[in-house]
Design a protein around this ligand. Structure first.
Ligand SMILES: *Cc1c(COP(=O)(O)O)cnc(C)c1O
Length: 467
C-alpha cells in the first residue's frame, strides 16, 4: 500500500532542494543516491514505519549525497592525552616536512634520477646517507612501514631458516597483529626460547643449530614485565651471534634518536645504541617517536641491506615520493639539532608543565563551572615506553555519566572534532597533545557547548515559570 505512494526517481530529481545538486553533479550519481534513499524508505515501510513525505525524501537524499562527497578521513584534534595515538594517525609532522611533502606531490621530483649522469638513480639515496649519519649504520633502506620492514628482513635473509626469539618478546602490537605471525609470514621458522618472564643467554645458545640464521630481539613496546624477570641484552645476543656466525635482528618498534630519559621519561632503546651494540639490522617506524610519516626504516650492515634492496618484496613495499620527502626533512631536523623545536611529537614531550596548566585554565574557563583543572598524565603510546608517561594538567569535565557522554559527543561531532578520553565518568582533555595553534578551535568548541547549555537552562527556567 504505502510502497505505491513512494515518489519516483524523476519526481525527486525535480524537487527544488535538489536543483543545485542537479546542476553541479553527474546525473548518474544523483540517480544512484536517490535510488539508495528510496531503498532505505522501502525498508522503513516494510519495518512498518510511516512513509516519509516527498520533501523529507529529497532532504535525506541530499544529506546522503553531501555525506558521500565529503572525505570520511578528516583532521581531528587529539585532546586524548596519548601522543602517538595509533587510532588518531600517530605522529603529527613538522611544518617543514609537510611543505616538502606537498611540493613533492604537486609536481615531479628527482625520485629515481641521478642528476649527475642523467641516468637512472635509486629512491633510497634521498634518506640513506642521513640515516647512516644519524645512527652510525653502514647502510639503510626505507619501506612502507615497520611491519613490512621486519617481514622484508626476515624473508630476504632467514627464509626456511630458524630465527630465535625470546618467548617474552613474542608480542601482540595491537589491532590483533602479533609479531610472531608477521615473522612466520616470511617463511622463517620462529623458535621461541625461555619462559614468559625469564629468558637467559644459554636459552639462545642451546637452541642454535645449523639451520639457525639469526637471533632476534623484539622491543616489548606496549607492555612491561615487572617483578621477577630476566631478558637477554642486545650486547649478549651479539656476543653469541659472533661465536656462531649468525645475524642479530633488532625490532625496536618506535626506536628513538633522542634520549627519552632527558625528558623525565623511562629510557626507550635508541637506534644509535642498537647499531653500536652490533645489531646486523635494526628496524623502526617512521611515525612513532621519530615524528615523521608512516615508514619502516632498516639500518645496518651494507652487505645485508644490499640484499634487501634487491629483493622483489622491497618493490612491493616501497615508499612513495611524498613520504620520502617528509622523512628526509624530519631527519634533517635531527641533524640540525632542532628536533625538539620543530617536530610536534618532541615539542609535546618537551612542553613545560606551566604552559600546559595555563592553557588548561583557559580551556576550562571557556566551558565554565562544569570544568576544572586537575593533575594527570600524558601517555606516549604508539608502542613506545610501556608504562611511561609525562605529568600534565587536564581539563576535567564532570556532572554525571549522561552529561559527560553528551559533552564528549558534541565535541566529537564538531566540524573539526575534538577527541578527549573518559575516565570513571569524567571527560578529560589534555592540552599537551594539542598543538597550541589548535587551542582556538578547542576553546570555540567548549564555548559553544557552554552557550547551548546556558540557552537550555534559560528555556527550562522560562517553561517552569509558565507552568
Ligand atoms: C609498532 C611496532 C611495529 C609495527 O610498526 P608499524 O610501523 O606500525 O608497521 C613492529 N614492531 C614493534 C615492536 C612495534 O612496536
Amino acid at each position: 500500500m504505502e510502497f505505491r505512494k513512494l515518489p519516483g526517481v524523476d519526481k525527486i530529481l525535480t524537487h527544488k532542494l535538489l536543483a543545485k545538486a542537479v546542476k553541479s553533479y553527474p546525473h548518474d550519481l544523483l540517480v544512484s543516491v536517490i535510488r539508495e534513499q528510496l531503498e532505505a524508505e522501502r525498508a522503513n515501510i516494510a519495518g512498518s514505519k510511516a512513509g516519509a513525505s516527498l520533501d523529507e525524501i529529497a532532504k535525506t537524499a541530499l544529506n546522503r549525497l553531501e555525506a558521500m562527497l565529503k572525505p570520511s578521513l578528516r583532521r581531528v584534534i587529539n585532546a586524548a592525552g596519548v601522543i602517538l595515538h595509533t587510532n588518531l594517525g600517530r605522529a603529527p609532522m613538522s611544518r617543514e616536512a609537510l611543505a616538502a611533502m606537498e611540493e613533492a606531490g604537486r609536481g615531479y621530483t628527482n625520485l629515481e634520477i641521478d642528476m649527475e649522469s642523467g641516468g637512472r638513480g635509486s629512491r633510497h639515496v634521498h634518506v640513506e646517507s642521513l640515516l647512516c649519519r644519524l645512527t652510525g649504520a653502514g647502510a639503510a633502506i626505507v619501506v612502507n612501514n615497520n611491519a613490512a620492514a621486519v617481514l622484508l628482513g626476515l624473508t630476504a635473509l632467514a627464509r626456511r631458516k630458524k630465527v630465535i626469539v625470546s618467548r617474552g618478546q613474542a608480542v601482540e602490537i595491537g589491532g590483533g597483529f602479533r609479531i610472531p605471525d608477521v615473522l612466520r609470514q616470511s617463511g622463517a621458522k620462529l623458535i621461541e626460547v625461555g619462559t614468559t618472564n625469564c629468558t637467559y643467554a644459554q636459552d639462545f645458545e642451546q637452541a642454535i643449530d645449523e639451520q639457525t640464521a639469526a637471533l632476534m630481539r623484539v622491543h616489548s613496546s606496549n607492555f612491561r614485565l615487572v617483578g621477577f624477570t630476566s631478558e637477554v641484552t642486545l650486547e649478549e645476543l651479539v656476543e653469541i651471534e659472533k661465536r656462531h656466525n649468525l645475524m642479530v635482528f633488532d625490532d625496536l618498534g618506535s626506536g628513538s634518536l633522542l634520549d627519552t630519559a632527558a625528558f623525565g621519561l623511562a629510557p626507550e632503546p635508541m637506534v644509535q645504541q642498537s647499531v653500536k651494540a652490533g645489531a646486523t639490522l635494526t628496524f623502526f617506524s617512521g611515525d612513532k617517536l621519530l615524528g615523521g610519516p608512516q615508514a619502516g626504516i632498516i639500518v645496518g650492515e651494507k652487505q645485508y641491506i644490499d640484499k634487501l634492496k634487491k629483493h622483489p618484496l622491497a618493490r612491493a613495499m616501497r615508499i612513495d615520493k611524498t613520504r620520502l620527502a617528509g622523512l628526509a626533512v624530519t631527519l634533517i631536523h635531527y641533524l640540525k639539532g632542532e628536533a625538539t623545536l620543530k617536530i610536534p611529537v618532541w615539542q609535546m614531550i618537551a612542553a613545560p608543565l606551566q604552559g600546559i596548566e595555563k592553557r588548561a585554565q583557559t580551556w576550562a574557563k571557556a566551558l565554565g563551572d562544569d570544568a576544572k583543572v586537575v593533575d594527570g598524565e600524558t601517555m606516549i603510546g604508539g608502542g613506545s615506553l610501556p608504562g611511561g608517561s609525562l605529568p600534565t594538567k587536564l581539563v576535567a569535565i564532570g556532572g554525571g555519566s549522561k552529561k559527560v557522554q553528551s559533552v564528549s559527543r558534541k565535541l566529537r561531532l564538531r566540524e573539526v572534532p575534538v577527541i578527549g578520553r573518559i575516565d570513571k565518568d569524567v571527560l578529560l582533555l589534555d592540552p599537551r597533545t594539542v598543538q597550541p595553534q589548535e587551542d582556538e578551535l578547542v576553546i570555540n568548541a567548549l564555548s559553544s557547548i557552554r552557550e547551548s547549555q546556558d540557552k537550555n537552562q534559560n528555556s527550562n527556567i522560562k517553561s517552569q515559570r509558565h507552568r
